[in-house]
Design a protein around this ligand. Sequence first.
Ligand code: PMP
Length: 422
Amino acid sequence: SDVDYRIPAVVGRSLQVPLVTGEHIGYANLDHGASAPCLEPVQSAVDELLPWYASVHRGAGFASQVCTRVYEGARDKLRAFVGARRTDSVIFTRNTTDALNLLGRALPRGTSVVVFDTEHHAALLPWSGPRVRRLPAPETPADAIAALDAALAECQEGPRLAVITGASNVTGEVWPVAELAKVARRRGARTVLDAAQLAPHRPVRIGELDVDYVAISGHKLYAPFGAGALIGRADWLNAAEPYLAGGGATRLVQERSVSWTTGPERHEAGSPNTVGVHALAKACETLAANWPDVVEHEETLLRRLRAGLRGVPGLRELRLFDADHDRVGVVSFTIDGQDPGLLAAALSAEHGIGVRDGLFCAHVATRRLLSRAGSDADRAVRVSVGLGTTAEHVDRLVNALRRLVAMGPVWRYEQVDGRWVP
Ligand code: PMP
């Protein structure tokens, strides 16, 4: 093949936030929207902590004290990362899904929930009962604001929660978070921001957006899997049944009674993921120290990507809003006559490019956007860029798509001399 797989050192170096690339030199990971590679400072922070690995909160030993301090210190770092209010709780979870489910269980009885059905399943599904109202995909940001306003106006008495997404994991489009939160506030509703897809790309400031809760995932923020957080108002969380029952969440257990603690520990029973939380906090600190470079890097690549994709015959981009609406580095599309699954497989097998295909855990949204785009495919291909992406990765993708399209619409693989060839 004429593709040059020798990739220059990782892009992050010029940003002073190099990534851990392992042996993947040459592999173009264009799937940052699913999980982002680990930053080197994050790996160093983990390496530094591992020799001190010990229980938190419960041990009197020195290593336990170190780990407790690291674990509790991470709360302050996350608080700073999202600009949380002094009184907000920072509860560590496994990921965004876990954080939103925790909030779903902590809602006061009779809470009305309004959510757009275009949400990722993690934000769409944790709410149940007759007081959940699902709104259809808006055509414009102004439609979204008006629809939320009208839905909240119709809610019965009692607590209300509006679920807002920061950036779509299907289209990368950034939602008008502050405006939606303002409407919700006016209607007496609280808001939760699913920031899984926004927080790795842009600063998320609770105070400026005026949202009540924020959920994030470490593995999308250039930290390893297994740690995320729910950050927000403590009152509902302190009044709710503990998310997990067990050690660490209790104040006093007697033969026939349990008194639960308040504060984040109430929902964090069991031995926590100290290393994951430490990694997440380091990733947040590193991003916060590099925002202008991070944003510029992604915007440059996104422009290059979209310009390149425009030149691929038959390509239909999925989007909710206008083509020039603000978005993070995520683009989903179909190509007329091409099966998205085969396209993704060929990009991987023949070009060393990792993308994602499917409905992206947002089935309703993706199907609706496919139909809006006039595509007859039943799923799409998603490309997402980040700190591990170079211009060469983007160009390789665009060239690969052009070549695959030129090869024609129907493919199958055959074994020739022991090799699978299209
Ligand atoms: N919300 C959005 C917008 C997402 O992109 C994702 C991950 N694809 C999630 C929620 C869920 O994140 P996690 O799988 O880390 O719980």
